[in-house]
Design a protein around this ligand. Sequence first.
Ligand SMILES: C[S@@+](CC[C@H](N)C(=O)[O-])C[C@H]1O[C@@H](n2cnc3c(N)ncnc32)[C@H](O)[C@@H]1O
Length: 305
Amino acid sequence: MTLSIPHPFPYQGSKRNIAKYILPHFPSDVDCLIEPFCGAAAISIAACTYELSQSVLLNDLNKPLMDLWFEILKQPEQLVERYEALWLEQQLDKKAYFFKIREEFNQSHQPHHLLYLLARIVKGAVRYSAEGTFNQSADNRRSGMQPATMKKNIISVSRLLAHKTSIQSADFREIINKAGKRDLVYMDPPYQGTSFTRDHRYMNGLTYEAFVEALSVMNDKGISYLISYDGITGNKTHGKLLPEFLCLKHLYIHAGRSSQATLLGGNDETIESLYLSPALVERLVAEKSNEIYTATRKQQELALI
Ligand SMILES: C[S@@+](CC[C@H](N)C(=O)[O-])C[C@H]1O[C@@H](n2cnc3c(N)ncnc32)[C@H](O)[C@@H]1O
């Protein structure tokens, strides 16, 4: 059955379009789904739509983004009213109004200002200067999501997540420390082609080595995790593969002309990597053999009856 999955705001790098390829790798007994690089949290939203996790922990290093998430979960009505007021006010001079709100956001980091900026910026691509100032420009051909559509999306996301989601804003290493054996960590770090270099697209530089080191610690602790990672666009491979010593299961997802292709300015089809941790693979295999065992038992019982 295909359910409709709401999305709270446009966000470059969102995994919205490929969630359907990622969810089948979820075990059926997830206590808490942890998203340390959550952005627009496409995977958590999709997982909650299909009731694949008891609870959710959302985290992103971008603090104003997590303040926006807090509003989405706790005060969605007020947030959408404020968005509507901004959206209507912009009509006289959209271009100048965008700069005004961007200026105000840089002063006070108000969640509804960020929501408005996200709805208006080019390709939903958040950019900060080296000093941490939001400096992305508006797409002036568009007005940003209509208030009615925004309301529908935000209220639906809030209903899905609010009662079971907690929110943090910290470096991902602090968050993965919280994972237990019955949890599942889904990681979608910034692309190596972007913030692994120092262009500040996502506010900080995360090194490949630091990421690999964190994965190695998670392996030692037997944590189940999934990673979306750089892939291949056309015949060009982006970023280094994750090292063999981590013993990850490496799958490829045909992502179509995805966020990454757009980000890198191309038109080719993108194939994204999905890595499964050894503990997750073990958990899925155990689940499968359990299912087969139960089905065989059922058949035997039926035969006896
Ligand atoms: C590719 S985006 C995630 C997109 C997300 N999967 C979605 O569906 O919208 C990567 C995110 O990682 C965040 N980030 C970058 N460095 C981080 C770090 N060290 N710890 C936690 N989050 C970080 C960025 O702010 C950005 O939102």
